[in-house]
Design a protein around this ligand. Structure first.
Ligand SMILES: [Cu+2]
Length: 196
């Protein structure tokens, strides 16, 4: 079991990012006339797993999020900065302020999708490297709290990634084929997240 200590702040960061990025979507939308350089992969979110995300994907891959579960889910993808040697386990135990010295959020924001919904937008894998996909939504949350929500009304369950919504993968050279899916098929065994 991973530590939860530093995660509350990450959860609130993620929520703030969500709340602040939504109004900016219209004006900051990136040009859509450039086709993605790699394959488009739909990542399935459910309780509590990611499905359909290969163990390796080429640079240029665009990831979308299809929430087939009953809670709110997000797809946060982070890339280890070049030269970082710490393991993901180590990085996950840092405060988010510290962690962001070592990792970069792909797309600068998470994708969020409510139950049964497909998230707006995609995350494009920028380059080769080591990546992790995470969901920090607290267990029990079914919709994004309003910006002015009383924090005490926000569900305080463990973040989904400690329940299994976590997967590392490798970015490979542009033009290569995506690799196989992880060996434990989440649709068969939602709670199985054995350490590699
Ligand atoms: Cu989730």
């Amino acid at each position: 079991m991973r530590t939860r200590r530093s995660l509350l702040s990450i959860v609130s960061t993620a929520l703030i990012v969500a709340a602040t990025s939504v109004p900016g979507l219209a004006q900051d939308a990136s040009p859509s006339d450039t086709p993605p350089a790699g394959p488009a992969i739909t990542v399935i979110g459910g309780e509590y797993f990611f499905g359909g995300l290969p163990t390796t994907v080429p640079a240029g891959t665009s990831l979308s999020l299809d929430n087939q579960g009953e809670e709110l889910h997000e797809l946060i993808v982070a890339r280890k900065n070049d030269g970082v040697t710490q393991s993901w386990e180590e990085l996950l135990q840092l405060s988010d302020e510290e962690a962001f010295q070592y990792v970069t959020l792909v797309g600068g924001r998470p994708l969020f999708a409510g139950p049964g919904e497909i998230a707006e937008g995609t995350l494009v894998i920028p380059s080769e490297g080591e990546y992790i996909a995470l969901c920090f939504i607290p267990q029990g949350m079914t919709e994004m709290p309003a910006e002015d929500a009383d924090p005490s009304t926000i569900p305080g369950g463990p973040p989904h990634f400690v329940l299994g919504m976590i997967q590392t993968f490798t970015g490979t050279a542009e033009g290569t084929e995506p690799g196989p899916l992880p060996s434990a098929m989440p649709s068969e065994m939602p709670e199985g997240s054995p350490a590699p």
